[in-house]
Design a protein around this ligand. Structure first.
Ligand SMILES: O=C(O)CCC(=O)C(=O)O
Ligand SMILES: [Fe+2]
Length: 201
């Protein structure tokens, strides 16, 4: 692990996970996704998202025609699997004394997938940070402002990087403009996985 970098209040820990820790986490995620498969969410306006999603924990974030919300079950009806211990340990190391996360959202970006600028604001307590873990291909992460519009800054997130969105960054807009498909050897078929840990209630 190298030193943390701070950009607009977003705290970036490059290479928090070494390759063997990344491999271990991918194996755990494969097991989770066998129990709670990736699905393609639809926005309230009826647009299919390019990212595929699943989750672990007491709640998963979902979107469909009825809106954005947290649900205790996968859209197909099963419980979300528990959040892996390895991920809880990251949370504990980078947040000080925050409540335990209740959701580990799993985003899977295939070739061409992106995520538009947005705020994470479906949680009840904004004093708790959101922690993001990147695996696989590089993703161009854009960081903006709490209000819409204005200047933004971007950084390439690489496999093993951890970002803490807390304090002044907690409600800042952010998104992923594109991934460099095939840039990492972690996932044999290519693609990027991003985990976000959230306190929901
Ligand atoms: O993929 C990322 O790095 C960010 C994901 C994100 O912002 C979200 O799931 O809300
Ligand atoms: Fe987000």
């Amino acid at each position: 692990m190298t030193d943390a970098l701070e950009i607009r209040g977003f705290r970036l820990y490059p290479q928090w996970l070494d390759r063997s820790a990344q491999d271990m986490l991918v194996a755990t995620l494969r097991e989770i996704l066998r129990q709670a498969p990736l699905y393609r969410p639809v926005t309230p306006r009826g647009q299919e998202m390019s990212v595929r999603m699943s989750a672990a924990g007491r709640f998963g974030w979902v979107t469909d025609r009825r809106g954005y919300r947290y649900e205790p079950r996968h859209p197909a009806g099963m419980d979300w699997p528990p959040i892996p211990q390895q991920v809880l340990e990251i949370w504990e190391a980078v947040t000080d004394g925050a409540r335990a996360p209740e959701c580990c959202l799993i985003n899977w970006y295939g070739e061409g997938a992106r995520m538009g600028l947005h705020q994470d604001r479906d949680e009840a307590d904004f004093s708790c940070p959101v922690v993001s873990v990147s695996l696989g291909d590089d993703g161009l992460f854009r960081m903006g402002n709490t209000e819409r519009g204005g200047k933004t800054e971007s950084v390439w997130l690489r496999s093993g990087d951890v970002v803490v969105m807390g304090g002044e960054a907690r409600l800042r807009h952010h998104g992923v403009d594109r991934i460099r498909f095939g840039s990492s050897t972690l996932l044999p078929q290519g693609g990027r996985i991003n985990l976000t840990l959230r306190v929901v209630t």
